[in-house]
Design a protein around this ligand. Sequence first.
Ligand SMILES: Cc1cc2nc3c(=O)[nH]c(=O)nc-3n(C[C@H](O)[C@H](O)[C@H](O)COP(=O)(O)O)c2cc1C
Length: 158
Amino acid sequence: MPVDRALFFRLMGSFASGVTVITSRGEDGLPRGFTASAFCSLSLDPPLCIVCVDLRTESLPAIRSTRAFVVNILASDQQEISQRFAAKASDKFADLAYREGPATGSPVFEGVVAWVECRVRDILEGGDHVVVVGEIQAGDALDGDPLLYFRGEYRAFA
Ligand SMILES: Cc1cc2nc3c(=O)[nH]c(=O)nc-3n(C[C@H](O)[C@H](O)[C@H](O)COP(=O)(O)O)c2cc1C
């Protein structure tokens, strides 16, 4: 059975996930970010996680050059932020409350459920995406419910 685009999205979209915004800084010092659900734990010792990044994502050059990023795990009231960072725009950070991560300076959003600050350990080829392996430097898990995503729709805990 050939796996066409529609079936691929239906299959992958059936795996319910949280929603993150991956942030970094470009060589120009400006913040960059994009919405990503393809985030996963990889290893405890050493502490590693992975993010799958589309080769066309404008944030990828920033991640490649600064070799650092933060995974901002969004809260249930941050759907607007997810939508904003899933679009192509030059002013995604306008009016957004964030600070610099302690290890790399990559942006850490206010109000997230958790944030995970990483240095890039490896970037592996994966078809039209790359798998970015991050070595976890710092982070925090906070109160609040996560924003969820399933079959193309945002969800929240009942
Ligand atoms: C819920 C959701 C999850 C997404 N997950 C990913 C992902 O895991 N990896 C990815 O490269 N793009 C993902 N995207 C698409 C990017 O957010 C989108 O291509 C964005 O415009 C990239 O921004 P940039 O090119 O300005 O960096 C997702 C979009 C949505 C709405």
